[in-house]
Design a protein around this ligand. Structure first.
Ligand SMILES: [Cu+2]
Length: 612
């Protein structure tokens, strides 16, 4: 599934890599008089390096015309390519194998890197150098291991010096799908790592070939017989490896030291920037918001907390016209009002052309409105179809403690697929709401909340108006197809704002006549900001705070009311003049959609259309 624009590049790259490797294999084994070990080397390296492997093969090794191979591969730069290909084929095979296995086994990243080095080195030395090159090198296997140890060490050090930082920074960057082997992005990042390793290892390989310490490309003579005879053309060998090459001990010591410093730098410098203690399975598939601060001490829990809601887990896409806050009619069982709430991941339109990935209750944002009457005995069956544990909390209500909902404090959270029944007698009346109390910074910010409207037993106790309207605020962070929980943190700041799940101009239009009144029940279902909600066309009267009615002497008029997270205000507004009057947040950024003004406003804006 395409989740990010980079995914197009990833799929294209992997496809080209496979096609290129097939072509190189075909050409090597059919047309090219290259030594068998190099044939395999090029096939593997092309698989690992995609179009770059293909390029190197065509430029440095593919026979341009019959019987020209020996001449064609003579230049030292091509011999260096051959030597590096041979090194990369062995080392990268070991590294990639180890990377996939260590990720699946659940080792932290720093262990992965060390195991990858050891595996890469061993496969390179014991298989690709000593075993596959036995014919070229002559001598026993043990002798070859000894003889190729130093060249392999130098080459592998440089290879890992290039590969490790690329793997670490790309795997543990913003898109941590790259940590997990079942994600195509993992293989793309491995591929880029091999390319970097190749480039860094190339100069050392050129030197090793020039000094006859490693083999480059080779041509197998057409009439060469198998058996004890050397497969190389002697003539070719002499031209590729000058006999005057003299290697001194100081040169080898200096070069060994240099590659060790490169290796240590490549493996340990990234530790200053990312948390190498993270295990791949802890951050499986997560995509982090752009701008989030990720340091060596950022725990994986913090990463999962701020990660995008996973679009691959969406079970339902709501029609663009769907509305949230729909009244949920209860079933009556033995005099108990029974409500079923079901949490799941959905796609939801906050604007006609803007969809978010939301954690929704009963497939709507906000969740369904529960209407109680003071004294009701209610039972709420909560089913969790989210990918993480969740609970429900009845904000402001007096309930038995184990019905209150804070995860790990009054109850174990409801696991994915699990269910919990909340049951209590409603003792209060007024404007309340429910929301998740498991990681509410994440879950409520992604949409897990809804209104609780409780009528008093004595309806005369309630200040009346001609109309009623519930206002639920929310902040969203939605970028490039990903929805992250909006948080007042670096990288977590919201760019969309909704009233009842819709941003202006998709918010409701309320219609009334001059002389009529409307009661707004404003609920601070928002997580981060205090929104100063302002009414045009004259003040409203504040008649209740946090569900509790203000006695007439305590009521007051205002045209701005600060709605902090969790607060509720009931206000009554009389329509004094005909026309279009707006009710909006007075933080101007909150009346824009991703900083764009649409039809005069955006976000937290509601229109009241008053007829004469
Ligand atoms: Cu605001």
């Amino acid at each position: 599934m395409i989740l990010q624009p980079i995914d197009f590049v990833v799929y294209a790259w992997l496809l080209v890599a496979v096609l290129s490797a097939v072509y190189v294999a075909y050409d090597q084994f059919r047309n090219n008089p290259e030594a068998p070990v190099m044939k395999w080397g090029f096939v593997l390296v092309t698989l690992y390096m995609g179009p770059i492997g293909f390029l190197l093969y065509v430029m440095a090794d593919k026979e341009p015309a019959p019987d020209t191979h020996a001449e064609f591969v003579k230049p030292l730069w091509k011999q260096g390519v051959g030597s590096t290909v041979h090194c990369v084929a062995g080392d990268a095979t070991g590294i990639i194998f180890a990377a996939a296995v260590t990720a699946l086994l659940g080792f932290p990243m720093w262990v992965d890197i060390i195991v990858e080095y050891i595996f890469g080195f061993l496969v390179g030395l014991l298989v690709f150098q000593s075993l596959f090159m036995r014919d070229m090198l002559g001598g026993s296997y043990g002798e070859n291991v000894r003889r190729t140890f130093l060249p392999e060490l130098l080459s592998m050090n440089m290879m890992m010096a290039g590969m490790a930082p690329v793997m670490i920074f790309l795997m543990m960057g913003r898109d941590m799908r790259a940590m997990w082997p079942s994600e195509p992005l993992f293989w793309f990042v491995m591929s880029l790592g091999v390319v970097a390793g190749f480039l860094v290892a190339y100069p050392v390989n050129v030197w090793l070939v020039a000094k006859a310490m490693k083999h480059g490309l080779m041509t197998v003579e057409k009439n060469a017989t198998h058996g004890s005879h050397d497969h190389r053309s002697e003539k070719q060998h002499s031209s590729a490896t000058p006999r005057h090459a003299i290697v001194t001990r100081p040169q080898l010591v200096a070069l060994t030291l240099f590659t060790l410093f490169m290796l240590i730098g490549g493996m340990f410098v990234p530790a200053a920037f990312v948390n190498l203690g993270v295990r791949a399975e802890e951050v499986r598939g997560v995509i982090m918001p752009p701008g989030m601060l990720m340091t060596p001490e950022t725990p994986p829990d913090a990463m999962r907390d701020m990660a995008a809601a996973d679009r691959r887990l969406v079970s339902y896409t709501a029609p663009a016209s769907a509305k949230g806050d729909r009244v949920l009619a209860p079933r009556i069982e033995n005099g108990i009002k029974v409500f079923d709430l079901d949490a799941s991941v959905i796609r939801w339109n906050i604007l006609p052309r803007t969809q978010v990935t939301a954690y929704a209750i009963n497939r709507q944002v906000p969740g369904p409105r529960l209407e109680f009457v003071e004294g009701d005995h209610v039972r709420i069956n909560f089913t969790n179809h989210l990918p993480e544990p969740a609970t429900m909390h009845w904000h402001g209500l007096v309930v038995p403690n184990r019905m209150d909902g804070p995860a790990y404090i009054t109850q174990d959270p409801v696991p994915p697929g699990g269910r919990y029944t909340y049951e209590y007698v409603v003792q209060q009346a007024g404007t309340y709401f429910y929301h998740s109390h498991t990681r509410p910074d994440r879950q409520q910010a992604l949409g897990l909340y809804g209104a609780l409207i409780i009528r008093p037993r004595d309806s005369a106790a309630e200040p009346k108006a001609n109309y009623e309207y519930v206002v639920q605020l929310q902040e969203w962070l939605n970028r490039d197809g990903q929805t992250y929980p909006a948080m007042l943190m670096e990288g977590g700041l919201p760019n969309f704002f909704t009233i009842n799940g819709k941003a202006w101009p998709a918010t409701d239009t309320l219609r009334m006549k001059v002389g009529e009144t409307i009661k707004l029940r404003i609920i601070g279902t928002n997580n981060n900001f205090i929104h100063p909600m302002h009414m045009h066309g004259g003040p409203f009267t504040v008649v209740a705070r946090d569900g509790v009615p203000l006695n007439p002497a305590a009521r007051f008029e205002a045209d701005v009311i600060n709605v902090g997270p969790g607060q509720r205000w009931d206000v009554i507004w009389p329509a004094r003049e005909p026309g279009k009057w707006i009710f909006h947040c007075h933080i101007p950024h909150h009346t824009l959609n991703n900083n764009v003004e649409e039809r005069g406003a955006g976000g937290l804006t509601l229109l009241i259309d008053v007829a004469p």
